[in-house]
Design a protein. Structure first.
Length: 186
């Protein structure tokens, strides 16, 4: 009758070893998954991939050209440089900065967008699906002719004559009479 307690003891130790190995495997697997998730979430794809973590905006902004514009304020302060996206064709003009956030602009280091038209004409703008306040500046012959502070989601149109229209997130103060170069972008 002494055989029964020995077998029972072996089974007890065998099942305890199996459970210990199983829990060890589960713990190691969990740690590996948490580490993989951490690495995936903290890895930034190169800008050339157009990734900004905001879905459809990635391919749109990744495909646009950018330009550094120098603003020469009239009668106030020193010149400053701002990087802007360039909208050169009708599909880019229609889309503009709709569905864009300050974070997206900041990711690309851009202050806004310059709409480059083929000639000077009356250009009308509105803020459909635009969640950030923008300063809209109509530019003719390298000089800011008119500035309008547009409010988010406003459907009211604002029209003025210009060959270029500069939309920038509020904060970069551009005023009528300021000179902006280079503007040979068409």
């Amino acid at each position: 009758m002494q055989v029964y307690p020995l077998i029972r003891t072996k089974r007890y130790f065998a099942s305890r070893d199996v459970l210990r190995h199983l829990f060890g495997f589960i713990a190691a697997f969990s740690i590996a998954m948490i580490l993989a998730l951490f690495i995936i979430l903290n890895t930034r794809l190169p800008r050339s991939a157009g990734y900004i973590g905001v879905g459809h905006e990635a391919s749109y902004f990744g495909s646009l050209n950018t330009e550094n514009l120098t603003v020469y304020p009239r009668n106030r302060g020193a010149p400053f440089i701002m990087k802007v996206f360039i909208a050169k064709n009708e599909s880019e003009w229609r889309r503009g900065l709709m569905n864009t956030s300050k974070q997206v602009l900041g990711y690309y280091g851009a202050s806004g967008m310059l709409f480059a038209f083929p000639n000077a004409s009356v250009r009308c703008f509105w803020m459909e699906n635009t969640s950030i306040p923008l300063e809209q500046s109509w530019i003719d012959n390298g000089t800011v002719a008119y500035v309008y502070n547009a409010q988010p989601y406003s459907m009211g149109t604002v029209c003025y004559t210009g060959e270029y229209v500069l939309e920038i997130a509020t904060g970069k103060q551009v005023s009528a009479g300021d000179a902006i170069y280079p503007l040979n972008l068409t």
